[in-house]
Design a protein around this ligand. Structure first.
Ligand SMILES: [Zn+2]
Length: 363
């Protein structure tokens, strides 16, 4: 079969490799649609992400090696021994690419979803920039009837979005501000509404993203290219601020992201004892007046991992149309040979007016 392999960090090739066989507890997936994650795009250039160091080390030690490809949808074409939940013909996708180790103290106490050992699809487990991939059962979810492969391949980032909403404990009536309306921001907006948030205020600087989020149901939409989002959010809340503020735009400005600006804006617009949550991929040292955080007694949090029942709940929200992913899928290329093009487009979403990562239809 064909699969992308790194021979070095600069040398990524579409090679002929043996077709994998599903091992114990694994399903063999014929890949239909795959998309790069933004983290993978940054790591492929060894940019600033938590993954870059690990990627560099894996390539240096083990090239040629298959890496990346944890956002996918496909068909189960074979199952290994011991597989319980899936059969040949099932259509599947990914929500959490992490496979728990099963041995650490978290795993043994029923907290597999927080295990930090184990393996990840696209790193230790070869991912889906290939015609086929053998994936452990826990890393796979079934795609509901009526949902296509393209939407299936867009499931994975919603893991983070639902983690934001669950971490915030949104139960009904809260006011939520979301800075950034890309894939994560629009996902959080829809899921916060699904959980009953009373008012969701969003901001972005990209025209197409603002139009999309308005269509998907944001209550208040701020064009941050013209209006100071902090002032606008304070005005909309009569100077009170919001219960929950989400930084969904932060990250390395070299990758077109907002640096630490949106996190600092979130700190400013959150009300006393409110919560600031950061799903954005950030790094570096933060210059912040701690007195402001102390004075507000705010909660600063990062999205938690989903349990299996929460993943199923998320898939149910997609099946019902409560969480819509199709409208953000703006760019699709056909053929496994187009993977570098998908990385290039995803790496410059702003220039290409892309919202979701550029998808690759493999077959
Ligand atoms: Zn574990």
């Amino acid at each position: 079969m064909k699969a992308w392999q790194f021979h070095s960090i600069e040398d990524w090739r579409l090679d002929d490799v043996p077709e994998p066989k599903p091992g114990r507890g694994e399903v063999l997936i014929k890949v239909r649609v795959v998309q790069p994650s933004v983290t993978e795009v940054v790591a492929s250039r060894l940019g600033a992400t938590h993954m870059s160091g690990r990627v560099k080390q894996i390539i240096e030690e083990r090239a040629p090696i298959r890496l990346f490809g944890h956002e996918y949808a496909g068909d189960v074409v074979a199952v290994g021994p011991g597989v319980k939940q899936f059969k040949v013909g099932d259509r599947v996708a990914s929500i959490n690419p992490h496979v728990a180790c099963g041995e650490c103290s978290d795993c043994r106490s029923g907290r597999e979803h927080v295990c930090r050992k184990g393996r990840n699809v696209g790193r230790e487990i070869p991912g889906c920039f290939a015609e086929y991939a053998a994936i452990p059962e826990p890393a796979v979810v079934r795609i509901p009837d009526g949902i296509g492969y393209n939407v299936g391949a867009a499931f994975q980032p919603e893991d983070t979005c639902f983690g934001v909403v669950l971490t915030a404990g949104i139960k009904g009536g809260e006011t939520v501000a979301i800075l950034g309306q890309g894939v994560i921001g629009t996902g959080v907006m829809q899921l916060a509404r699904a959980k009953g948030a009373g008012r969701v205020i969003v901001a972005d600087i990209r025209k197409e993203n603002l139009e999309l989020t308005r269509r998907l149901g944001a209550h208040d939409v701020i064009d941050a290219s013209r209006t100071d989002p902090v002032r606008a959010i304070m005005d909309l809340t009569n100077g009170n601020g919001v219960d929950v503020a989400v930084d969904a735009a932060g990250g390395d400005p070299q990758n077109g992201l907002a640096g630490h600006d949106t996190l600092l804006q979130a700190v400013k617009v959150v009300k006393q004892e409110g919560m600031v949550i950061q799903p954005a991929i950030v790094s570096g040292l933060l210059d912040i007046d701690l007195a402001l955080l102390r004075e507000k007694r705010l909660h600063l949090a990062w999205p938690r991992s989903l349990t299996r029942p929460e993943m199923e709940e998320l898939v149910g929200l997609i099946a019902k149309g409560t969480l819509q992913l199709q409208p953000a899928i703006t760019h699709v290329v056909k053929g496994l040979d187009k993977v570098p093009q998908a990385f290039a487009i995803t790496g410059e979403k702003f220039k290409h007016q892309a919202i979701n990562p550029c998808q690759v239809e493999v077959a």
